[in-house]
Design a protein around this ligand. Structure first.
Ligand code: GDP
Length: 703
């Protein structure tokens, strides 16, 4: 079966935003307008779709599944002809920064993004964080300044906050026709036309001349825009400097090229809630954001030789390769595994190989998710985003590919949890369901961990912040019907060493019967933060037989799990086994494991071991008059102030503060600032705990 939509008409995009900027509203409107346009002619469908979305929202269900497919023909709202249709896959990105891993995962599989801003507050803390991540993954993007109908909204101010905080390469290609209560429509600076959105839900788009009183402003904004676009295209520049009238199609072409090359970021505007501007935003997605063939080919490594880099181009003729980017529990079909297909094509019912687990998987059912229905599909092609049902051994980040042409697409490394909470089922009935719920949630979210306290047998959940775990506990209740009591959040401390050390351990037992004998000499050294553990085997001449060496490594690893200072996980150590001896009869794996563990403990004690704590990057926004108090309070929490600055009449403080000092901060900030202060934080790094604090931690642990 041939593909229905040519790959150059695909747009795999995500909407990223600060929480509350209007991501959900923009997504809803996109699905609504694309639904209306797709079913042009059945007028009532549009309305009922909007109703259906409102209902879903009331029930607290997110409209967007991990990826939703919709269709759009630019300018079709004017001509009412469905031509040149594009397939847009809207990939969900989480709004809160506690879910960094999910943000990264979704950024990795999309080809372009729309960044939504609040027209009153402009660039906020999390938009900045997500923007930097989008930079890291080289995601071409558009900006949409939303909420221009709100009191205090200013397009100009929002644009300058983008220039100031995010990029000088932003280029407004629209102006709002009025702001706040007078927000009536959009001025398109490329076509030099204005648009009004009338009728029910803004479906009736009217193209008008730019009103007289906006003309001068629009003309000067257009010149600013053309300066920037022409600078990115030689031919256009020549015409522009020569005073020639530039063709609209040439401007669009040059802008598209510059956006895809990360040189320019178009800025659009509107108000999703009041149904103004979203259709033009969809046009811009098609005009300026890349299709799968416009972005660099994906790279991976050869599973047979991990030093070899393999490339897969976005073409149906290449071997099949796809990345599993999200596992989601679905109430109707069970576990859905979302895939991004990078290359090749694949028919359902056949087998693929998971190159991370080396296991075969059969893709029995393939589903495409639309706004309010699912479509079963028989075949998937390069560029597709789809969900599959029934994969058993595939988790987030795994590669599924053609067995004969294996590749491992770059794995994403997820940060370790920084916070732990004890969790306890409320009733016996909850107990049974809790294990299952936690397992399912863990499958979905690689930054969420479940473990058991070795001493007390209690269940511990770990995550990227208090809010992250709050949401997990809440989901457990809503989606799985499990009620649980949770303890106080605990910081996830670690241990590390500062210097190199050596140790020797001989484990000998010769009391009747068969004895035990294991003898090792190891050297340990600190390695780069985040590297975890490395084991080097330097045994020569069989002084320790091959079969015992993995046992030594295992013993060392196990001992690291318990640390040497206060019982926390020892991390970032390279251990080298360089000598030892064995006994023909008495040596065993268990003896070498014990010797390895004891040697590690002795060596670590000599290597200046210490406790590490998670340090958070904190941003606090407050009215100026509270600046002194808030800085004083942060300092008393062992905070280090990096910088303060002005933002729309408020003061912003950037600081680094240990997580252990930040519990309940939101409440105490409120009381310090008469309820006006807001704050956000995200994990920054693990740092050494000062001695006096370390003493307290050790004592607290002993109690
Ligand atoms: P999200 O957290 O980014 O998904 O934001 P939502 O879409 O849930 O929007 C947050 C709040 O802002 C909701 O109360 C919306 O109704 C409101 N909102 C969204 N877009 C607009 C807009 O264009 N104008 C106004 N005035 N409010 C909006």
């Amino acid at each position: 079966m041939p593909r229905k939509y040519p790959i150059e008409k695909y747009r795999n995009i995500g909407i990223i935003a600060h929480i509350d900027a209007g991501k959900t509203t923009v997504s809803e409107r996109i699905l609504y307008y694309t639904g209306v346009s797709h079913k042009m002619g059945e007028t009532h469908t549009g309305e009922s779709q909007m109703d259906w979305m409102a209902q879903e929202r009331e029930r607290g269900i997110t409209i967007c599944s991990a990826a939703t497919t919709c269709f759009w023909s630019p300018e079709n709202y004017l001509t009412k002809e469905k031509t040149n249709e594009h397939r847009i896959n809207l990939i969900d990105t989480p709004g809160h920064i506690d879910f960094t891993a999910e943000v990264q995962r979704s950024l990795r599989v999309l080809d372009g993004a729309v960044v939504v801003f609040d027209g009153v507050s402009g660039v906020e803390a999390q938009s900045e964080t997500v923007w930097r991540q989008a930079d890291k993954y080289l995601v071409p993007r558009l900006c949409f300044i939303n909420k221009l109908d709100r009191v205090g909204a200013s397009f100009e101010h929002a644009v300058s906050s983008i220039y100031e905080k995010l990029t000088k390469n932003a280029v407004p290609i629209q102006l709002p026709l009025g702001e706040e209560a007078e927000m009536e429509g959009i001025i398109d600076l490329i076509q030099m036309k204005a648009f009004k959105f009338e009728g029910e839900n803004g479906n009736d788009v009217k193209e008008i001349e730019i009103p007289e009183d906006y003309r001068a402003r629009a003309e000067s904004a257009r010149l600013g825009m053309l300066d920037k676009i022409a600078a990115e295209d030689e031919v256009l520049m020549e015409k522009y400097l020569g005073g020639e009238e530039l063709a609209i199609s040439d401007i669009k072409k040059a802008l598209r090229k510059a956006v895809i090359a990360y040189k320019l970021v178009p800025v659009l505007c509107g108000t999703a809630l009041k149904n103004k501007g979203v259709q033009l935003l969809l046009d811009a997605v098609v005009y300026y954001l890349p299709s799968p063939i416009d972005v660099p080919a994906v790279e991976g490594i050869d599973p047979k030789d991990e030093t070899k880099v393999l490339v897969r181009h976005a073409s149906d003729d290449e071997p099949f390769a796809a990345l599993a980017f999200k596992i989601a529990a679905d109430p109707y079909v069970g576990t859905l595994t979302y895939l991004r297909v990078y290359s090749g094509k694949f028919e359902k019912g056949n087998y693929l190989i998971n190159t991370n687990t080396k296991e075969k998987e059969r893709l029995g059912r393939i589903i495409r998710m639309h706004a309010n229905q699912r479509e079963e599909v028989d075949e998937i092609f390069a560029g597709d985003i789809c969900a599959t049902v029934g994969l058993k051994n595939t988790t987030t980040g795994n590669t599924l590919c053609d067995e004969n042409n294996p590749i491992i697409l770059e794995q994403i490394s997820f940060p370790e949890p920084v916070i732990n909470i004890k969790i306890e089922p409320k009733t016996k009935n909850d107990q049974e369901k809790m294990g299952n719920a936690l397992r399912r949630l863990q499958e979905e979210d690689p930054t969420f961990r479940v473990s058991t306290d070795q001493e007390t047998g209690e269940t511990i959940i770990g995550g990227m912040g208090e809010l992250h775990l709050d949401i997990i506990v809440d989901r457990m209740k809503r989606e799985f019907g499990v009620e649980a009591n949770v303890g106080r959040p605990q910081v996830s401390y670690k241990e590390a060493i500062e210097s190199n050390a050596e140790a020797e351990y001989k484990y000998v037992k010769q009391s009747g019967g068969r004895g035990q004998y294991g003898h090792v000499k190891i050297r340990i050294e600190p390695i780069e933060r985040g590297k975890g553990f490395e084991f080097v085997d330097e045994i020569k001449g069989g002084v320790i037989p091959r079969e015992y060496i993995p046992a030594v490594e295992k013993g060392i690893k196990e001992a690291m799990g318990k640390g040497v200072v206060a019982g926390y996980n020892l991390i970032d150590v390279k251990a080298t086994l360089y000598d030892g001896s064995f006994h023909e009869v008495d040596s065993s794996e268990i003896a070498f494991k014990i010797a390895g563990a004891q040697a590690l403990i002795e060596a670590a004690k000599k290597a200046n071991p210490h406790i590490l704590e998670p340090i958070m990057k904190v941003e606090v926004v407050i009215p100026e008059k509270f600046l002194g108090d808030v800085i004083g309070d942060l300092s008393s929490r062992r905070g280090q102030i990096d910088q303060t600055e002005d933002r729309t009449g408020m003061k912003v403080i950037y600081a680094k503060v240990p997580l252990s000092e930040m519990f309940g901060y939101v409440t105490s900030l409120r009381s310090l600032t008469e309820g006006r202060g807001t704050s956000t934080m995200e994990f920054s790094s693990y740092e050494k705990v000062p001695n006096n604090v370390a003493q307290e931690i050790i004592e607290g642990k002993r109690k």
